[in-house]
Write a protein that binds this ligand. Structure first.
Ligand code: GDP
Length: 328
């Protein structure tokens, strides 16, 4: 009888984690999900948010002893590190916590993966959910895997450290890869992200009027559909060789474009009348234009984005409209 493959997913109850867990269960994996312990900093989804088939572990990613023990006990074939603080905005308020969770924790996971591989004699593959924020002040657009790493936020700096550690671990014969994920969104995004803030705002304003307070409307991002990015990570884990990949659509839109598309979806054409700029949401520094060139993911992994910008905005707005309708 063949052994059921085992996956360990950190950040299992977040946006990407929830899609990844569903995917791995569908692929026939035994799935272990790591979620932050009760009372962890910030509002984070917990164990209760995981599907019943997932073996849940409430553990602190910043506890190296706990992380190593968990990886040893679970003995996974694939580790997906999606855990951590996901908000660039929040990283300015909590740079130390961001460094520990988004940066240092990866070292514990890599060490644990190497130890487990050595003790069991079975390969352990690790996928790090890296971020376009590592490129921050990118001198060129679009960026690819050879673009210099130059973060401009505490979030980007922590992810850059993790990204380099993955490269170092690969030199030690570990199958470790970074997927450099550009912004990827879905109705499961919390409203702290500008996309969901806009789509939930548009749904609300269409119903009851009012305004939406935003920061920099000129910021441009390469926004994709989150389940597509999860698919890229799974393909990267199962590829013949360990490589880093930019995962992106290759198309950038401004925050203003996103607002216009979202309001148009609910039948409002004069969106300017409903948006005001609040300095509270303007960041100390915003990266230059982040657009990814996913040629390597396309050619090596056969990956491509399946959802256009307008479809992405439409799906998110429709989900928010439906939620409001259900609420009555
Ligand atoms: P990020 O790219 O991971 O930081 O994702 P976000 O959705 O948080 O932000 C995307 C861009 O939207 C950034 O350049 C922000 O400066 C810009 N932005 C403009 N207004 C807002 C706002 O009200 N909230 C957030 N979160 N971002 C905003």
């Amino acid at each position: 009888m063949t052994r059921t493959p085992v996956a360990l997913v950190t950040g299992a109850s977040g946006q990407d984690g929830s899609y990844l867990v569903e995917r791995l269960l569908a692929d026939g994996y035994a799935v272990h999900g790591l979620v932050p312990p009760a009372g962890a900093a910030g509002t984070v989804p917990g164990v209760a948010d995981l599907p019943a088939e997932v073996t849940a572990h409430a553990a602190d990613l910043t506890d190296p002893v706990g992380v190593r023990a968990l990886v040893r006990d679970v003995s996974p074939d694939e580790v997906y590190n999606l855990g951590g603080l996901s908000s660039v905005a929040r990283s300015w308020q909590e740079p130390e916590l961001t460094a520990r969770v988004n940066g240092l924790a990866v070292v514990s996971l890599l060490e644990a993966a190497a130890e487990t591989q050595e003790s069991t004699g079975r390969e352990v593959r690790l996928v790090q959910a890296s971020s376009a924020e590592i490129f921050g002040e990118a001198p060129i657009a679009p960026q690819d895997e050879r673009t210099p790493v130059r973060p401009v936020s505490p979030y980007g700096a922590a992810k850059a450290f993790a990204h380099h550690c993955v490269g170092v671990a690969r030199r030690r014969e570990l199958f470790a890869v970074s997927c450099i994920l550009y912004n990827h969104e879905s109705p499961r995004r919390p409203t702290t992200f500008v996309t969901r803030k806009i789509t939930s705002g548009a749904a609300r304003i269409a119903r009851e009027g009012g305004t939406l307070a935003l920061g920099n409307l000129d910021a441009r991002r390469d926004w994709g559909w989150a389940p597509d990015y999860v698919d890229a990570m799974v393909r990267a884990a199962r590829h013949t060789e360990p490589l880093d990949y930019v995962v992106a659509t290759g198309e950038a839109h401004s925050v203003a474009d996103f607002v216009a598309a979202a309001f148009s979806r609910v039948g409002i054409d004069d969106w300017q009348a409903h948006v005001r700029i609040d300095p509270e949401f303007v960041r100390p520094a915003d990266p230059a234009v982040l657009i990814g060139d996913a040629t390597r993911a396309r050619t090596e992994l056969g990956w491509s984005p399946s959802v256009t910008f307008d479809e992405l905005v439409g799906r998110m707005v429709d989900a928010d409209v439906a939620t409001l309708e259900r609420a009555g």
